[in-house]
Design a protein around this ligand. Structure first.
Ligand SMILES: Cc1cc2nc3c(=O)[nH]c(=O)nc-3n(C[C@H](O)[C@H](O)[C@H](O)COP(=O)(O)O)c2cc1C
Length: 299
């Protein structure tokens, strides 16, 4: 691997930026760190990767307490100064009119104007490659939702851009079918379904998915159990229905945005193509022309 390629590629990662505050043998201090990320919810842990020469690392090794202040888009100058000078060179926190601090009982400061401020206790420390990972356990946290995070990419600062709408096909379905999916959804953000597409010319095998008395006929499908093999579960379901269908590997995924009047929900269908082994059984087939939902599934 050419080192020029490595250098160029390394710049293409996208990160946020944080100001790490500390105190200790090097005095009160602040540095910039792009390599900062939350790594556990409970306990809430944040890892920061610090180079060996940093005064911040020396401080934290000694005192075991530090602050992580996630920078907002107004703080590019603060990051450039905190990252451009070492405490060995200058007491950065004393530079006039630059770092405004928040009231704080700890000996390290918390920085005003950030999107998140946390106080951390050292939870773990480990040298990894040419940096040392310090993991902080969050002991207190505050955030400001009005602030926007600062983004770092290719040695440049950015703001968060326009949200990208997820790619989903919109399909209108009737009220009964919508209610059936709602009943199965139980307030999940996305309803995950696994179904079988069995074709015969322009027709698709459909079944009664009788969740209430009004049976709704559509492809055979299940709501899979989390962490269980989707294909095996579907095969078991078909077997219980005495449907002798062999399913191919390599399913496709259809991500739908189904609508009925003003109601909508997101549904993901993992779909296995199947073929009926025993055609003698009385089976219901439906032409895809008649059914927009089926059409959206086989697209
Ligand atoms: C945008 C930016 C991001 C940085 N990210 C990191 C980082 O993730 N880890 C690190 O060790 N140094 C990082 N640095 C470099 C340190 O902030 C820099 O070496 C600083 O002078 C260390 O300060 P200290 O010696 O006072 O602790 C970054 C610098 C900048 C400008």
């Amino acid at each position: 691997m050419k080192s020029i390629d490595k250098q160029q590629a390394q710049r293409l990662f996208v990160t946020g930026l944080s100001l790490i505050t500390s105190y200790g043998p090097c005095g009160r201090n602040i540095m910039a760190a792009e390599w900062t990320m939350q790594i556990s919810y409970e306990p809430m842990l944040i890892a920061v990767f610090l180079h060996e020469g940093s005064s911040t690392l020396k401080n934290i090794k000694e005192t075991k307490y530090f602050g992580i202040n996630v920078a907002s888009e107004e703080q590019t100058e603060l990051i450039s100064v905190a990252g451009g000078y070492s405490r060995k060179e200058i007491d950065k926190l004393k530079i006039r009119n630059l770092f405004q601090t928040r009231p704080n009982k700890k000996q390290f400061p918390l920085i005003a104007g950030c999107i998140i401020n946390t106080e951390c206790k050292l939870f773990m420390i480990k040298k990894i490659g040419d940096h040392t990972m310090i993991v902080g356990k969050v002991t207190s946290i505050r955030y400001d939702k009005a602030k926007k995070p600062l983004i770092y990419h290719n040695n440049r600062y950015f703001r968060v851009g326009q949200m990208i709408e997820p790619v989903r096909d919109e399909v209108k379905i009737d009220e009964k079918m919508f209610d059936m999916f709602c009943a199965k959804n139980q307030n999940k953000f996305i309803l995950k379904c696994v179904g079988a597409i069995v074709r015969s010319k322009n027709k698709i095998l459909i079944l009664s998915n009788n969740i209430e008395q009004d049976a709704i006929k559509t492809i055979p499908y299940i709501i899979p159990t989390r962490d269980k093999d989707n294909k095996k579960e579907l095969e078991n379901y078909l077997e219980n229905l005495k449907l002798d269908i062999s399913l191919k590997d390599e399913p496709k995924i259809r991500r739908l945005f189904v609508k009925n009047e003003s109601r909508y929900q997101r549904i993901n269908f993992i779909l296995f193509e199947g073929s009926l082994r025993n055609k003698s059984k009385s089976i219901t087939w439906k032409s895809v022309k008649e059914d927009s939902f089926l059409r959206s599934l086989i697209k």
